[in-house]
Design a protein around this ligand. Structure first.
Ligand code: HGY
Ligand code: MN
Ligand code: MN
Length: 415
């Protein structure tokens, strides 16, 4: 029986409670919504119970600091995101905020203070569900917000700028959330479910992430001409939805040919009538690879094909890019420390790359980052069947505790 059995079941209880904070009867929590407010308040309460001081920054990220005895100490950030995809799981993101709270709770209950501050962060937007972007929370810390993002609108036409003022914030002040002295950062560690089948296949509870694939996201708009489904001959149509269908299949085949992953996950159709030829269709594109140049070559090939389909179907084609993040390597020193922590915890270290994007990609711009993956059932994620085992959470808590002890040792000998 380890010290973290009870803590692990506490994390599972928290995940269930947080999973119920949703705008629907399934898991769906979006940036700057009432549910985001409720989630921040709930997690802040758990952070305070664990001995943290809490606050929110100008991007509505939630912070909890477990202070060092030395007020001028540097800070190590642990965290992940509190937002979800629509009809997602209860662990993607949330585990990486709640597991550190459980370990800090252990330190607090044993009156253990570390030589550095532990800052736990719950990012408000990583998925980009509401505004089609992504990493908005973590990119506020690195000062990467673009002015034009103010006009990013959600499905009801509410802009990011309006949503921020509704939340009591101001888009104009987002620059204040930027971490201005990265030298004060010892690093960042994100615990996250693997969202893939590798750890389950190797029968391992945790893994060390080597690199995170780069991603680009777009909206494509196809302009046809709406018409009567009964009277317009097939050869005279400018059917935006039929053109999109051919384009989406082309995305799939070209991605496979290049060996990258490309997904059309969202589609809108106008006027969307059963007896009306489609006039306008919009679909998303998410394309990724651990090799940025290969990803960009694949995108260029896809774009050329879509343009030729648009031409022979006599439909218009325009597109906007909403996100671009290059592949990120995790810091070798932190990977080595995580490997040592896994050995100290009597588990077998295993390294793997991440096909999914994470906040660590953004934070890598300002400090060393590492990620610890936790095994999840059949690698299922972005799906209500996403699930993890309490004993794997316990393993992650034991490893995180060992990691913090190793970091304390290193910090105390070098400071
Ligand atoms: O899309 C992703 O890779 C992450 O889950 N946001
Ligand atoms: Mn996700
Ligand atoms: Mn995630």
């Amino acid at each position: 029986m380890t010290d973290f059995v009870q803590a692990a079941s506490q994390v599972m209880t928290w995940c269930n409670e947080l999973g119920a904070v949703s705008q629907a009867d399934y898991v769906d929590r979006r940036y700057l919504t009432e549910q985001h407010r409720q989630a921040n308040d709930l997690v802040a309460h758990w952070m305070q119970q664990a001995g943290c001081k809490t606050w929110e920054d100008g991007a509505a990220n939630l912070w909890g600091r477990y202070e060092s005895d030395n007020e001028n100490a540097q800070r190590f950030i642990l965290g992940s995101h509190l937002d979800t995809v629509p009809n997602g799981g209860k662990y993607d993101g949330m585990l990486g905020v709640l597991a550190p709270i459980a370990v800090v709770n252990y330190l607090h209950s044993h009156n253990i203070r570390l030589p550095f501050h532990i800052d736990i962060v719950g990012f408000g937007d990583e998925e980009g569900t509401r505004f089609g972007s992504t990493l908005l929370g973590s990119r506020a810390l690195t000062g990467q917000w673009q002015k034009e993002w103010a006009d990013l609108a959600d499905s009801e036409g509410i802009t990011l700028s309006q949503a921020m003022s509704n939340f009591g914030l101001s888009f104009a002040n987002i620059g204040n959330s930027k971490i201005t002295n990265p030298s004060g950062l010892l690093g960042y560690l994100e615990i996250h479910i693997e969202q893939g089948p590798v750890l389950e296949d190797k029968n391992l509870p945790v893994g060390i992430v080597t690199a995170i694939n780069g991603a680009r996201r777009f909206w494509f708009d196809i302009e046809g001409f709406a018409g009567h489904a009964g009277t317009v001959p097939m050869g005279l149509r400018q059917d935006a939805l039929a053109a999109s269908a051919e384009m989406i299949l082309a995305v799939e085949s070209i991605a496979a040919e290049f060996g990258v992953v490309a997904t059309v996950g969202a589609i809108e159709n106008r006027p969307n009538g059963v007896n009306v030829i489609s006039g306008k269709t919009r679909f998303s594109l998410d394309i990724r690879s651990e090799d940025d140049r290969l990803r960009d070559r694949a995108f260029d090939a896809i774009l050329a094909k879509l343009e030729s389909i648009a031409e022979h179907r006599n439909t218009g084609l325009t597109y906007t890019q909403t996100h671009s993040a290059n592949a990120v390597s995790c810091a070798p020193e932190l990977q080595a420390m995580l490997t040592q922590a896994i050995n100290n915890a009597d588990f077998t270290p295993y390294s793997l790359s991440s096909g999914a994007g994470h906040d660590a990609m953004a934070i890598a711009d300002i400090c060393d980052v590492a990620m610890m993956f936790v095994r999840c059932y059949k690698g299922i994620s972005h799906h209500p069947a996403e699930s993890i085992k309490t004993h794997d959470v316990e393993a992650s808590l034991i490893v995180l505790h060992q990691f913090l002890l190793l970091l304390s040792e290193q910090y105390s000998t070098t400071k």
